[in-house]
Design a protein around this ligand. Structure first.
Ligand SMILES: [Zn+2]
Length: 191
């Protein structure tokens, strides 16, 4: 276990081989399983679980009661709202466990937000700076900067890096950033 200048509350448990970056804070009742790694200046709220070998980037904020299961990766500056749910098996059966070889990986890319109590099915990618609304159930990939909401989650619009919704010209009224659509996606989802 390597802990340098990171803060770990005494009620939390770090298994062997866990690495924490400088400035990271791990609050009460967390369990970081063997080989999990967390970058610099992250915050893990109360009752956060990281599965074996899970990788968390820099500047990530994980709110209370989030389990990041084996197969899930969080890139830099991801935000996980309280009680967000990850999964790693789409067809689980108690008597037929698949084991790590059968897990579908989930990738949450840089800057993305997972809202409170949202559920992310396995085998998906949440794009850079995407925003998953609270309570959404995400069943397919989410493109970068897209806002998705509902059950199952549907595209509701686009969001700025700062989190504000973009107008129809892909302009952010809050911070002034201007975006341009590239690639195949041309339609602006109806709100
Ligand atoms: Zn903005």
């Amino acid at each position: 276990m390597i802990v340098e200048k990171a803060m770990v509350h005494p009620t939390s448990i770090l298994d062997g081989g866990v690495v924490l970056g400088d400035g990271t804070r791990v609050w009460q009742f967390c369990h970081l399983q063997a080989g999990a790694s967390v970058g610099e200046y992250c915050t893990l709220g109360q009752n956060v679980n990281l599965g074996p070998g899970v990788r968390v980037g820099n500047g990530v904020k994980i709110q209370n009661n989030v389990s990041v299961y084996q197969g899930v990766t969080l890139e830099d500056q991801v935000f996980c709202g309280p009680s967000a749910v990850f999964t790693n098996d789409r067809t689980p059966r108690a008597p037929y466990p698949k084991g790590p070889g059968g897990y579908l990986p989930t990738l949450v890319r840089e800057g993305a937000t997972i809202g409170a109590n949202a559920t992310i099915l396995s085998g998906l990618t949440i794009g850079r700076w995407a925003m998953v609304a609270a309570g959404a159930v995400v069943t397919k990939d989410v493109p970068a900067h897209q806002l998705v909401a509902g059950t199952p989650a549907r595209a509701m619009g686009w969001v700025c890096r700062c989190g504000h919704r973009l107008d129809r010209e892909f302009h952010c009224p809050a911070c002034g950033r201007q975006y341009r659509m590239r690639g195949k996606i041309k339609s602006f989802p109806k709100p």
